[in-house]
Write a protein that binds this ligand. Sequence first.
Ligand SMILES: [Zn+2]
Length: 242
Amino acid sequence: MTSLTQVAALHLRRAHARTLWAPSGVPVSVAPSWPLGIALTAWTVGDALLPDAVPGRSTAAYTIAAIATAAALAFTLALHEAAHAAVARRGGLSVRRITLSFVGGALELADTPPTPGVELRVALAGPIASGMLALAATLAHVLFVAVEMDPLFATAAAAVALANILIAVFNCIPALPLDGGRALHAVLWALSGREAFGATLASIAGRMLSVAMLALAVVASASADAALAIWLGLLGLSLRSQ
Ligand SMILES: [Zn+2]
């Protein structure tokens, strides 16, 4: 794939992505991997993280807290995509659709960004939003601890903060279709003056990242870390299918 528009346009061909909502006239769709990502998050949080951090609670308490954490995380991922869309619109680009998926989502633009500067700003808006959301969740965690709320709330807030840091960092890896890949494309485009040059390198980096994540999934499954193996495997496959 060679540009932001083309990468995102693939999502249009996925007829099974459904429109859920259309704020400000921009349809928001979900890919089939979206509910899977939420379920996997709830499982990871409810099965391992919460029982380790706050032992001695009922399965029902862990389940409810895990679902609430996954829902809060899904909301922050939607805000990450909304930040991309808002900056794209401010840069004069029209947004056709936002598709939420396992790796966060994809923005479908009606036109190719006119300059590397616009593409860079649109690409960086998402990780910056995730960083700010991580800060907000950290403040919520500190507040919950200060007012001595149920520790499940404080742990859930910490999980959302940590997940948003991971989302920001993962998305900054310079490989398409991640935000870092788009930023790399924009920088190479600006330096070389040729859009296609940046696109080729960023796509190759994307394929290499996908293979590396699948290889790590095999290593994780061999060391019997099922949750990590599934996470890495699905991330690798999501990157490959872009
Ligand atoms: Zn993003």
